[in-house]
Design a protein around this ligand. Structure first.
Ligand code: NAD
Length: 361
């Protein structure tokens, strides 16, 4: 299969970690007979330096024309003082809007080899943590009307939480389709005991369930879900929820898994073209030193294969290689255990070890 991937290296550690992910993709292409073509895209601080704009239209066009986009990270102290509309992060917002990605998908997965890094009790971690939160990204209370006015001599603020059936249906489909590609269990999270928007959410999810008979749908109130994520995260496969609930729950979920350098993410819209990136930033404090952890970016590339290119076996191949390298005791500095009982490696060496462990199943 031939796929065109737009590649945004960005700033800080972005170029180092993306280069390792591309080397992994190249080896996967060799093993499975695919062809991945890469188009370089400038975004963030490097685009400000080059074009005076964090994401010029011609660079956004390259992303929209690609089969998917792989991003390292953008930003850094060099651009802290540029005007708000010109900041590197504006490029990211413009990219998400330009690509129309309305679904953010963040896995919470604990690698058994890194279980000590979780703040949860060992007895809970030992049951396994491996789920994805599918969060609606461009609707709900963050995008409703916001107003503050005077009433009876005091200030009053109102934030509107609005969802249409279609907005719920399209994110619901991503939830069901994600579950189909994993353990076939979908938990819809809302607050239907209080909110009208949640009652509509629940109704639409149950209507959709008829179209996905292979997926088992359950409902959970958001307050209970926040408790269950720390009490027994092993019960979850895929969680689908609205924007604000997903914002809060996905941060909670990433905390219980340990290091920020390990976690990938995807953002998807109406087309298969997705945006794949690690959840961390450009880590300017360690940039250019060959010590960054490339695994979050490498796993983002694996998500791209699984969710945008339907290459499940190839994605498994990458995840298995990461697991093998961790089992063999290799660690970048950020995931080094406190007792130092591991082999410390840099960014390039971690990439090389993962490539060495890629084997066709
Ligand atoms: P950060 O995630 O870049 O770094 C936080 C800490 O985690 C730092 O100590 C860093 O060294 C460490 N870290 C992060 N990724 C790592 C990795 N792969 N391996 C090893 N250690 C890693 O967050 P920050 O310091 O708040 O932000 C730095 C810059 O990144 C800012 O300009 C911010 O705006 C930007 N940012 C960009 C994105 C993005 O591009 N999506 C996201 C968040 C922050």
């Amino acid at each position: 299969m031939r796929k065109n991937i737009a590649v945004i290296r960005g700033d800080g550690i972005g170029p180092e970690i993306v280069d390792q992910a591309l080397l992994v993709l190249n080896r996967v292409a060799e093993l499975y007979g695919h062809e991945f073509a890469y188009t370089d895209v400038d975004m963030g601080g490097c685009a400000i330096d080059k074009y005076g704009d964090p994401l010029p239209q011609h660079e956004l066009d390259k992303c929209c024309a690609a089969d998917s986009v792989l991003l390292g990270a953008v930003g850094g102290p060099k651009w802290n003082d540029v005007p708000g509309s010109m900041r590197p992060e504006k490029g990211l917002l413009r990219l998400r809007a330009g690509m129309g990605v309305y679904s953010n998908n963040r896995p919470a997965k604990i690698w058994p080899q890194l279980a000590d890094a979780s703040p949860l009790k060992k007895s809970i971690v030992d049951k396994g943590i491996d789920f994805i939160i599918v969060r609606e990204l461009i609707g709900g209370i963050y995008f409703g009307k916001h107003e503050t006015f005077e009433e009876n001599g005091e200030k009053v603020s109102v934030d509107e939480l609005r969802y249409s059936e279609e907005e719920i249906r399209r994110i619901g489909r991503i939830g069901f389709e994600t579950a189909q590609k994993r353990g076939k269990k979908l938990c819809s999270v809302e607050k239907s005991n209080v909110l009208d928007s949640s009652r509509l959410w629940k109704k639409v999810m149950h209507e959709l369930a008829a179209e996905y008979p292979d997926v088992e749908l359950s409902d959970m109130l958001v307050d209970n879900c926040a408790m269950q994520i720390v009490k027994d995260p092993s019960q979850f496969d895929v969680i689908v929820t609205e924007n604000m609930f997903g914002d809060i729950l996905s941060d909670e979920a990433s905390m219980i898994t340990g290091s920020i350098g390990m976690i990938p993410s995807s953002s998807l819209g109406a087309t298969g073209c997705g945006l794949y990136e690690p959840i961390h930033g450009s880590a300017p404090d360690i940039a250019g030193q060959d010590i960054a952890n490339p695994i979050g970016t490498i796993l983002s590339a694996a998500m791209m294969l699984r969710f945008s290119f339907s290459m499940a076996e190839e994605a498994d191949c990458i995840e298995n290689a990461v697991s093998a390298v961790l089992t063999a005791g290799y660690r970048t500095g950020d995931i080094l255990p406190a007792d130092g009982n591991a082999t410390k490696v840099g960014c390039r060496e971690m990439g090389r070890l993962i490539i060495e462990n890629l084997t066709k199943g």
